[in-house]
Design a protein around this ligand. Sequence first.
Ligand SMILES: Nc1ncnc2c1ncn2[C@@H]1O[C@H](COP(=O)(O)OP(=O)(O)O)[C@@H](O)[C@H]1O
Ligand SMILES: [Mg+2]
Length: 280
Amino acid sequence: MTAQTANQTAPAGAPAYLSVNNVEVIYDHVILVLKGVSLEVPEGKIVALLGANGAGKSTTLKSISTLLKGERGEVTKGSIAFRGERVDQLTPNELVKKGMVQVMEGRHCFGHLTVEENLLTGAYTRSISRADLKESLERVYHYFPRLKTRRTSQSGYTSGGEQQMTAIGRALMARPTMILLDEPSMGLAPQIVEEIFEIVRDLNQREKVSFLLAEQNTMVALRYADFGYILENGRVVMEGDAKELAANEDVKEFYLGLSSGGRKSFRDVKHYRRRKRWLA
Ligand SMILES: Nc1ncnc2c1ncn2[C@@H]1O[C@H](COP(=O)(O)OP(=O)(O)O)[C@@H](O)[C@H]1O
Ligand SMILES: [Mg+2]
């Protein structure tokens, strides 16, 4: 065991499944986007990462999955640990082998491939038998029966909801224990959003997959999540139990636009509080 790993597992009690500690991210060497983000996902939980467009949700997810490098982004401070081990220096493929997969914002299916071909691309990091591959596919179809009926359709001609399901299904093909899911509700009708979130809950409860879920759709996300963090301008401005956050007057005022003076910043909201755990 390295000194770093020993350090991560030293405190009493189980370490968080995923922990992001005071992470700073800079794009193009100058654009400071994350200003010290800390969050935790306990094993087997759904944690929502909430915030308006541009708050830094996708950047946070990409800093975890090490996909930032392709976008001229860099983690310049802080650390990320998964299952008690530092993972900041791994490649996305190594991370997938450890059990963590990201489903990117905007679905990203290969439009010219069929639904089933798209799903099969998700198993590329595993060297497995045809029988295993078939079993993994059947498992995806079990959770997403719609995809089974559409298996031979070209993805480019399927609906937005089906493409989102294909993207999640493809991630499942890698047999992850943790999924970073970026804005699954984006551009989808409310009924389809519910359908997708029900499947996320199912995967969480039956397959014990942990989720870090980035969403602008605050109230829906909080109905399915156990815990939530609210991100604003690259900082966590509020965190709490999902039910408490959903009932919080400030969250309601801000996200449902109930305030008279228009949409304000969370920083102006009176009861704003933040545990400064990592600033020692
Ligand atoms: N590749 C990039 N280069 C420069 N700035 C970026 C890049 N990606 C995102 N940003 C900026 O970082 C901020 C946060 O973006 P993002 O993480 O995508 O937020 P969210 O997912 O919450 O909408 C935004 O101001 C955005 O313009
Ligand atoms: Mg985003």
